[in-house]
Write a protein that binds this ligand. Structure first.
Ligand SMILES: Cc1ncc(COP(=O)(O)O)c(C=O)c1O
Length: 399
């Protein structure tokens, strides 16, 4: 018996693939700084647990397939705070942004349809698009250009009669690249001319730094009928384990199609929805505090990275990731060295090799992704360990 060709063609997560080596290094007594995974250390706001404690139902019943009204209404109000107009029925509650993506691609793709996405990209897109019978078509970007992709020529060169959608992860994972509202308009116009869906993954929406302004495809009503916004409580509220996300669209055909799949999976955890409704009612000052924390961490990591001769990277504008070119030929081999041979005062570091974030074979071999999800002191030390590791690794290779 064989498993499907679709699943055969999928890869294991490049973010988690090196975990066994990291755990082994820890079991051997080393301290490992985990810069490989986007699990923030910021505390989940206490209103989440408070709301669950106050939930006094005698039976944890199924919720409505689209989500509980209290949560959907809280999301409507949250968007109103940014002058974005969504109604309760535009919002589908899902098990994390991950299920929103899974269900969205099942709803819009036919077998063989192509989906454009700037590479490097959040690797699970490959899984979601392939599972829905689609094909990833990468728009290749470069470290030297800050991984920018909002270029008409480059996007249009990737469009074929089979192209069905363009994905915009904004702010970007793994690059931290941010689109301006004008760049979103350009992508919207291209999508309109070629009749494409826009999958706007905005799970890091608030995390934009320096003079960048929060921008959402929800702010562009002229493209509303082709936009699906993917959202989540995981990153914004540091509540990754709550598994609450959203697929949001004004396109009623899409919403009804999505509902067929949603009814098939019955509903999302009732209790987590109750806690999440409280999160969406937090004041805006909450986002300012969290954003300031990540902003500071980004500055520390960038400053430390710039001390390493040969590193290529622009300061990322958003999210909590940074992808950079390292002065080593094979970043995976370097990571294995860090976890199995290297230490400095009993400490070493882990990051995610970037090759797994590319769809084009051979790209990203000399790049790594860092998630700046630890406090500033740990981020500084983790980045310093990368520097010391590169020196030791290149010395070992006789360079
Ligand atoms: C860009 C992006 N989209 C979606 C997700 C899915 O998140 P979740 O399923 O936890 O909501 C992630 C998680 O890291 C992400 O980085």
């Amino acid at each position: 018996m064989k498993i499907s060709d679709k699943v055969e063609s999928m890869q294991f997560s490049p973010i988690r693939r090196f975990n066994p080596m990291g755990f082994k290094a820890e079991a051997d007594g080393k301290k490992v700084y985990h810069l490989n995974i986007g699990q923030p250390d910021v505390e989940t706001p206490s209103v989440f647990m408070d709301a669950i404690r106050e939930y006094d139902k005698k039976v944890i019943a199924y919720a409505e397939s689209g989500g509980i009204n209290d949560l959907r209404d809280a999301v409507v109000d949250y968007f109103k705070g940014y002058d974005i107009d969504f109604g309760r029925d535009d919002i589908m509650v899902t098990t994390g942004g991950s299920e929103a993506l899974n269900m969205t691609f099942l709803t819009i793709l036919n077998e063989g349809d192509e989906v454009l996405i700037a590479e490097p990209f959040y690797t699970n897109y490959h899984t979601f698009i392939t599972a829905a019978g689609g094909k990833v078509v990468p728009i290749t970007t470069k470290a030297e250009e800050g991984y920018h992709y909002a270029k008409r020529d480059q996007i249009e060169a990737c469009i074929t009669p089979k192209t069905k959608a363009i994905v915009c992860i904004n702010p970007g994972n793994p690059t931290g690249t941010v689109l301006t509202l004008d760049e979103m308009k350009l992508i919207g116009e291209i999508a309109k001319e070629h009749d494409l869906w826009i999958i706007a993954d905005e799970v890091y929406r608030e995390f934009v730094y320096d003079d960048r302004k929060l921008a959402s495809f929800g702010m562009l009503p002229e493209f509303a009928d082709r936009v699906v916004i993917i959202d989540s409580v995981s990153k914004r509220y540091s509540a990754c384990g709550a598994r609450i996300g959203f697929a949001i669209s004004k396109n009623q055909d899409f919403c009804q199609g999505l509902m067929k799949i949603a009814q098939g999976r019955l509903c999302v955890s009732t209790v987590d929805q109750v806690g999440s409704a409280a999160l969406f009612r937090l004041p805006k000052s909450y986002y300012d505090e969290v954003k300031a924390e990540y902003n500071g961490r980004r500055d520390v990591v960038y400053e430390e990275l710039m001390k390493i001769p040969g590193v290529v990277c622009q300061k990322p504008g958003g999210a909590f990731y940074l992808t950079a070119k390292l002065p080593v030929d094979d970043v995976e081999d370097f990571l294995v060295f860090l976890l199995t041979e290297f230490e400095d005062n009993g400490e070493t570091v882990m990051f995610a090799p970037a090759a797994g974030f590319y769809a084009t074979p051979g790209l990203g071999k000399d790049e790594m992704r860092i998630a700046y999800v630890l406090n500033k002191e740990d981020m500084r030390r983790g980045t310093e360990l990368i520097k010391l590791g590169i020196e030791a690794y290149n010395k070992k290779l006789g360079k």
